[in-house]
Design a protein around this ligand. Structure first.
Ligand SMILES: [Zn+2]
Ligand SMILES: [Zn+2]
Length: 281
């Protein structure tokens, strides 16, 4: 399993590659714009080309782009919905230019009703149809905070079926735990993977977001923690990774960013967890 982090592109796209190399990552996730603003920074062609060649040289892959935070693909507000659709299409096109493998997005916030899932499906289908060939769009499970959709695999399966374009799945361990799936115990892991198998399908699971949680089980809250320092814990993750159905190509950590020592530690933990997996598998 290839391991990596979500890394910052503040200043330049190349910064994320350099940082990934310092850390010894194999996979990488980035935002392609400031995640908390609608303002668009046009990225100069030479910067894009430098990024592509540096990534090739570093042998980094898969490369995932995470959609920025402001778009709400399920919004009932017509203006926000339109803006979100345009933004998704624009970020997907940029992800393609950067030769990203995946674009990861959350389903959005809206009432838990079939029309909300239809809106998300229409948005995703339109963006995918506009970009050719697009990086594979992965929908990420959520903790279900507030009106957040996607805290059950069934929600993601509904969107995928309605979109009628190829879509994949990104499984965030911290979000799943917040949504009530107890990854520390075989029954909790089995329930989650069974629901994925029955909803989106296990073959769609491409990326794991490997995060511990600061929130209690089933709290519907989204708080990431360093591996082994949260409510899932290393023993919990060991349990999670021992399930034979779990075979994603890459795990990406979105752990809090304070000291570089934390990244080294998280990477060591992740390596020990996933190498046990390889021995077992
Ligand atoms: Zn996410
Ligand atoms: Zn995540």
């Amino acid at each position: 399993m290839r391991l990596g982090f979500h890394l910052s592109i503040a200043g330049s796209l190349l910064r994320a590659i350099q940082q990934a190399q310092v850390l010894g990552c194999q996979a990488l996730q980035i935002f392609v714009q400031n995640p908390r603003a609608w303002k668009w920074r046009e990225i100069p062609r030479p910067e894009i080309e430098a990024f592509i060649s540096a990534r090739r040289l570093a042998g980094l892959g898969p490369l995932a782009v995470h959609l920025t935070y402001l778009p709400n693909l399920a919004s009932v507000d017509a203006a926000l919905y339109q803006k979100s659709r345009e933004r998704l299409a624009r970020e997907l096109a940029l992800a393609r230019e950067l030769e990203a493998d995946y674009l990861i997005c959350h389903p959005g916030h809206a009432a838990l009703e079939p029309e909300s899932f239809r809106r998300v499906a229409r948005t995703l289908a339109a963006a995918v149809a506009q970009t050719s060939p697009p990086p594979l769009v992965l929908i990420e499970n959520t903790a279900g905070q507030g009106q957040e959709l996607g805290w059950r695999p069934e929600h993601l399966g509904m969107i995928m079926r309605r979109a009628e374009v190829p879509l994949g799945l990104c499984l965030d361990t911290s979000h799943a735990f917040g949504a009530g799936y107890d990854l520390r115990h075989p029954a909790g892991v089995a329930r989650l993977l069974l629901e994925i198998a029955q909803g989106p399908g296990l073959e769609r699971l491409k990326i794991i977001h490997l995060n511990d949680s600061r929130a209690p089980l089933g709290s519907r809250r989204d708080r990431h923690a360093h591996l082994g320092q949260g409510t899932i814990g290393l023993e919990g993750f060991r349990q999670f990774f021992s399930h034979p159905w779990l075979r994603p190509a890459a795990a990406i950590m979105e752990t809090p960013k304070r000291h570089q020592a934390d990244e080294w530690r998280n990477l060591l933990c992740a390596r020990s967890l996933t190498s046990t997996k390889m021995l077992l598998g």
